[in-house]
Structures are given as structure tokens and as C-alpha cells.
Design a binder for this molecule. Structure first.
Ligand code: 6R9
Length: 654
């Protein structure tokens, strides 16, 4: 996809947008230069945008030196993140809506939760957590629908200094159990069911299953959301809303250090085991709030809607922490873009007079296929800015978004960032940087991208360059470590290109200095904007008793961006069949979750391997892409004939 995104069109925001924008072109140039010339001075100043209990005197203490990687920002400052997102707005905004909750079923009324109500609910939940023994530094796993309680729970943890780890509701009981165990969580907060698109995911039943594999000391706090019956284990399960109603409506916040962890978020890497990305309190909040304000040009009175799930980093930084730290009104949407019909996004934009709308290219592509009449039915005149995140946006989707949703008058911010980066790394600032469809454009303040030659690690110093994307110095939102495994953190991000943070992405810089992300260069694939390690899917497949070996690669998929293509070698004596194919699909769904279900499974009597036994993924990728004319050198294969067999029976002939 990336190779086709080179476009000639350059789009600037309308003059009246630029006139009101926080940052114009001259300010961007000046601020960016200052941010990289003296990061400590720049971020020392920016740190003042949040409230500190003890002010900081040290701003930046970071090194990317492999073997000694250490990242600290504002390290002697203390604060409370929940107080920053709620209490400090109480004088000005007690009755302003903090969260608009839009339920799955449009017939259920939306809820408008004011900052005063957010404070009370967060405090009540914090008190319940305390009553169940949760203390500063303890881990709490959240496995919840997109309901206000998810935000209360995150903020309640932050309020008492506990570390939350949100697990996406689409993950399986096994995946949930792994995360509870890896983080050694004391408590899991879940709900009875998660309604989405008119269907209900049984979160409580999944949690029951997960907890069979966890310590029996783990408490389970349950939000009775749909009210449907669930199994109940006395002594372990707690009716969260009932206890919240009985506890005190105020809970004092706990002072934490800037470098105390705020949350762990598990994400896929190129090996099988998910990585527990750790974000800390001070730097993360400064970065999330500054990027939210600048990238989306957020102004008081705006209604900001990020359609992500809080199970992903986008939901953390741009539904909860960034917007609330800025005293914004943020929308939490429980549903899906196509329920009850393909106009739902636009109906919600019109209903709540959304000013900034932030979604993923995969959603745009799927809606694009359903016709423009769904967009035209709704009044989108409140929209001022559109955003995109999760994968490169292809020009067709960009043009459709721009023309039909933005009506040609809304800048589109294509924001490149990662779970690891806490907030936007490369993104247009809409009043300052003209957009080129498909390019994430220029670095955010303090971010120093470098493009390296993947083979020699040489820095490409020409403006126009191609290679892998690294970042030369730290920024406050950067992850600090992997939970319980600092050595793996260094290995995964700092070992390949010494002295740099390696993003795992390929990138091209054009003659204007614009960055074009070309996708992952490791074994991570991007399915509907969700990160998936091919190794995770492989280990799920080989865990099936009939599977001897499996190799998983991505292939271009019209809607999802990439689809999951699995080559499966069966155990001796097992016969391929459609029934077995279905069985394996279901198996992966239950092992990892529905998002990991292979789109195509090819039976592979043999896999192309080198003589030393390494699977040649390059070849498997080409076959999956239906591009087998240029397989390159296959002479190092132990048995080159397996390739012909795989081509002959390939599944993607489109
Ligand atoms: C925020 C988020 C990170 C990976 C990243 C890259 C891809 C994200 C992108 C993009 C091109 C963009 N990615 N945004 N690629 N243009 N605007 O998505 O985090 O789930 O950790 O994924 O997503 O490949 O490395 P995460």
C-alpha cells in the first residue's frame, strides 16, 4: 500500500482555521527548533501545563545507550494523575460535561457526565478498590465494555496510585489470564456483558474462565451493565455498582512520583509473548495532554470524539488522559460504525455536535464501500478536524474522508505513533503543516526522527531518504520499560540500532522533509489497525493437537489493511478438511480472540526452510500476496520443491 501513496496534492487548512489555531507555521518552526535544541528547557516549560504537588527541578535524565537504557522525566516531581484530570477543573468546570457516553443501542439515551459527577464516581470506585485492599503500586486489570465505568476505573486506580492494565474486551479468557498473571494483578474489574453491534460478549463468563488459571486471591469486581444473569462466586465476586453506592463519595488522592507507573498495556511484538508496556505518570500526562491540544487543535467548548476502544493505547491517551487533563468534553462510544446502520458514526457526530473526529483507516474503508448516502443523511457541519490513526491511510480512503466527511474544509491529521510512544510522534499540526494524503508529515515537538539504512545502520542524512525509522532522543511520553523485564525492553527497542529507539517501522522521507510510514519491518502485522504478532498466532495454531507446524504472514486486505494468512502443516495421519479449517479458526478465536482469526488457511505439506531450519517468511509473504513471480533467491532452501506446491495451492488469487 505504501508504495502507492505518493501523491502530488498538498492540502492546507482553511484560512479561518489557521487564524484560530494554537500553532501556525512560523510558531511550529520556532517551537520545534527550540524543543530539539534544548529539550530540558522546552519540556521544563511544558511540564507546567499540569499540576504538581512537589514541583520538579530535574526535567530530563535519559539515555538510549544499550545496556544502560534509562528514561526519566520530571523525576523529582510528584503529582496525582486523577487530580489533574478531574479535581483541578472543579472550580471552572464542575458542571461542564466531561464524558458523553453513547451506548451501543441508539434507543438508549446518551449520558452526559459532568466533571463533578466524574469526581464522585471515580472517588466511589477508588474507595471500593481500597476496601478490597488495593494499595499504591498494586495492579488492577480492567476487562470492560466501553462504558463510563471504564474511565472511572482507570482514574480510580490513578487516584490511589494503583497501576491499571486494560485488556481489550475482544480478547479471550486465555489472553486475559496471561495478562492477570504476568502483571500479578490483585483485582480484575469486569462487567456482565459487553454489548457491541447488537451482540453481547460474555465478559464475566470469560473472566470466570480466566480466573481458573490465576491465583485464587484475585478479586473480581463486576459492573452489572446489561443486568443479564451471570455465574457468581461468593467471596470472590463483588457487585461493584452496589458497593460504590454504599461507600463515601470522596476519596483523597495519593501523591505519586512522576516516574511511578500509571499503567501497563500489553501489546504484540515479534515474539510470541505479549509485552507489558509501562507508562509512568508525569511525563506521560504532559505528553498526552499537549499532543491532544496541539494535534487536534482543541479549544474550550469543543466536543472531541476518538472512536478507539480503551483497550488500546489510543483510548488511553485520547479518550481518557489527554482530553480530561485538558478539561475537554470527550465521547465514549460503546458501539460499532455499522450498527444499527452504516450511518452511525455520522449520526453520533450530528447528535453531539462533534468538532474533532478521530478514527482508523480500516473504519473509513469499510464505510466507504457502503456508499455516501449514509454520510449525506446527517448534518456534519459541526466538524472542524478529522484524524486518522493505526496504519497508513491509503489515498482513496483519505480522499473519501476529506470529501464526504470533511466536505473539503476539515484538515486531516494522520497521526503516527505507538503503544510504546504514549502519544503522537509524527503528525501534522493542523494550523501549521499542510497535509499530503498518506503522509504523517512532520515530527511533534521534541521528537527527532532519523532514517537508517536497515542493513548498515547508517543515518540517511539527505532529506529524501528511505529506510527504517528510529528516534534519536527521548520525549516525555515514551515507555519506560517492559513490566518485569527491562532486559527484553532494551533488546526489543535499543539493540538493533545502537543509540536509537527503533520503532519497528519502515519509512520514507520526501524532498520536503515529510515522513511516509511504510509499515512494519518486523513480524508484526496490522489487522484493522490492531497490532498482531505473527508469532502469537503461530503459537496458538501449533498448540492444537492436530497441527505440527504453522507459519503466519500478513497479506493485503481491502478493508482490514492486512489480513492473516496461515500456512499449516498437519500432524502425520491428519487429513485436511473444511471442518478442520473451521475448527482451527475457532481455536485461534478462543486462544487469542476474534481479531486473531486467520482469514486464509493454506494446508502446507511442507514449509520453505533454509538448511539450518529457518522458515523463509519472505517467500511465504510473496505467495500470500499472490506475487510469486519474484520470489528471489530460493537456492538456499533445503527443499525448493515445496515452494511450487505452495504456489499451486495458494489461497489468495485476487
Ligand atoms: C497508536 C497505535 C503501532 C503501529 C506502528 C505503525 C502503525 C500507527 C500509523 C501507523 C502509519 C499511521 N501505525 N499509526 N502507520 N501511519 N498514522 O496504533 O499504536 O497499536 O501500538 O500500533 O501502528 O506500524 O508501529 P499500536
Amino acid at each position: 500500500m505504501a508504495d502507492t501513496v505518493q501523491q502530488t496534492g498538498v492540502y492546507s487548512a482553511p484560512a479561518d482555521f489557521i487564524a484560530k489555531a494554537h500553532v501556525d507555521a512560523a510558531a511550529y518552526e520556532q517551537m520545534y527548533a527550540a524543543s530539539v535544541a534544548d529539550p530540558a528547557a522546552f519540556w521544563g516549560e511544558q511540564g507546567k501545563r499540569i499540576d504538581w504537588i512537589q514541583g520538579y527541578t530535574k526535567v530530563k535524565d535519559t539515555t538510549f545507550d544499550f545496556g544502560n537504557v534509562s528514561i526519566k522525566w520530571y523525576e523529582d516531581g510528584t503529582l496525582n494523575v486523577s487530580a489533574n484530570c478531574i479535581d483541578r477543573h472543579m472550580m471552572q468546570r464542575a458542571n461542564q460535561t466531561a464524558i458523553i457516553w453513547e451506548p451501543d443501542d441508539p434507543k438508549t439515551p446518551a449520558q452526559h457526565i459532568t466533571y463533578a459527577q466524574l469526581l464522585e464516581q471515580t472517588c466511589r470506585m477508588a474507595n471500593v478498590l481500597k476496601n478490597h485492599g488495593v494499595k499504591k503500586g498494586d495492579r488492577v486489570v480492567l476487562y470492560l465494555p466501553m462504558i463510563p465505568e471504564a474511565a472511572y476505573a482507570m482514574l480510580a486506580c490513578a487516584r490511589i496510585g494503583a497501576i491499571h492494565s486494560v485488556v481489550f474486551g475482544g480478547f479471550s479468557p486465555d489472553a486475559l489470564a496471561n495478562r492477570i498473571n504476568d502483571s500479578e494483578a490483585k483485582v480484575v474489574i469486569t462487567a456482565d456483558f459487553a454489548p457491541r453491534g447488537g451482540k453481547k460478549t460474555p465478559l464475566k463468563a470469560n473472566t470466570d474462565q480466566a480466573l481458573l488459571h490465576c491465583s485464587d486471591r484475585v478479586k473480581c469486581l463486576v459492573v452489572k451493565h446489561t443486568g443479564d444473569q451471570t455465574h457468581w462466586t461468593d467471596g470472590r465476586d463483588v457487585d461493584l455498582k452496589a458497593e460504590m453506592a454504599e461507600t463515601s463519595p470522596y476519596c483523597a488522592y495519593t501523591e505519586v512520583g512522576a516516574e511511578d507507573p500509571l499503567f501497563i498495556l500489553y501489546t504484540s511484538g515479534s515474539t510470541g509473548k505479549p509485552k507489558g508496556v509501562v507508562h509512568t505518570s508525569g511525563g506521560y500526562l504532559v505528553y498526552a495532554s499537549l499532543t491532544h491540544k496541539m494535534t487536534f487543535d482543541y479549544h474550550d467548548g469543543d466536543v472531541f470524539w476518538c472512536t478507539a476502544d480503551v483497550g488500546w493505547v489510543t483510548g488511553h491517551s485520547y479518550i481518557v488522559y489527554g482530553p480530561l487533563a485538558n478539561g475537554a468534553t470527550t465521547i465514549m462510544f460503546e458501539g460499532v460504525p455499522t450498527y444499527p446502520d452504516a450511518g452511525r458514526f455520522w449520526e453520533v457526530c450530528a447528535k453531539h455536535k462533534v468538532t474533532q473526529f478521530y478514527t482508523a483507516p480500516t473504519a473509513i474503508r469499510s464505510l466507504m464501500g457502503l456508499g455516501t448516502e449514509w454520510v449525506e443523511k446527517h448534518d456534519l457541519s459541526s466538524l472542524r478536524l478529522l484524524g486518522s490513526v493505526g496504519e497508513p491511510i491509503n489515498p482513496e480512503a483519505w480522499n473519501w474522508y476529506n470529501t464526504h466527511v470533511g466536505k473539503g474544509r476539515c484538515p486531516i491529521v494522520d497521526t503516527f505513533w505507538q503503544t510504546e510512544t504514549g502519544g503522537h510522534l509524527i503528525t501534522p499540526l493542523p494550523g501549521a503543516i499542510p497535509q499530503k494524503p498518506g503522509s504523517a508529515t512532520k515530527p511533534f515537538f521534541g521528537v527527532q526522527p532519523v532514517i537508517l539504512d536497515p542493513a548498515t545502520a547508517a543515518v540517511q542524512s539527505e532529506t529524501a531518504a528511505d529506510g527504517v525509522l528510529c528516534i534519536a532522543d527521548s520525549w516525555p511520553g515514551q515507555m519506560r520499560t517492559l513490566w518485569g523485564d527491562h532486559a527484553r525492553f532494551e533488546e526489543a527497542y535499543f539493540s538493533q540500532y545502537r543509540g536509537y529507539y527503533f520503532t519497528g517501522d519502515g519509512c520514507r522521507r520526501d524532498e520536503d522533509g515529510y515522513y511516509w510510514i511504510t509499515g512494519r519491518v518486523d513480524d508484526v502485522i496490522n489487522v484493522s489497525g490492531h497490532r498482531m504478532g505473527t508469532a502469537e498466532v503461530e503459537s496458538a495454531l501449533v498448540a492444537h493437537p492436530k497441527v505440527a507446524e504453522a507459519a503466519v504472514v500478513g497479506y493485503p486486505h481491502d478493508i482490514k489493511g492486512q489480513g492473516i494468512y496461515a500456512y499449516v502443516t498437519l500432524m502425520k495421519g491428519e487429513e485436511p478438511s473444511d471442518a478442520l479449517r473451521k475448527e482451527l479458526e475457532t481455536w485461534v478465536r478462543t486462544e487469542i480472540g476474534p481479531i486473531a482469526k486467520p482469514d486464509l488457511i493454506q494446508w502446507a505439506p511442507g514449509l520453505p526452510k533454509t538448511r539450518s531450519g529457518k522458515i523463509m517468511r519472505r517467500i511465504l509473504r510473496k505467495i500470500a500476496e499472490n506475487d510469486f513471480g519474484s520470489l528471489g533467491d530460493t537456492s538456499t532452501l533445503a527443499d525448493p520443491s515445496v515452494v511450487d506446491e505452495l504456489i499451486e495451492n495458494r489461497m489468495n488469487r485476487g
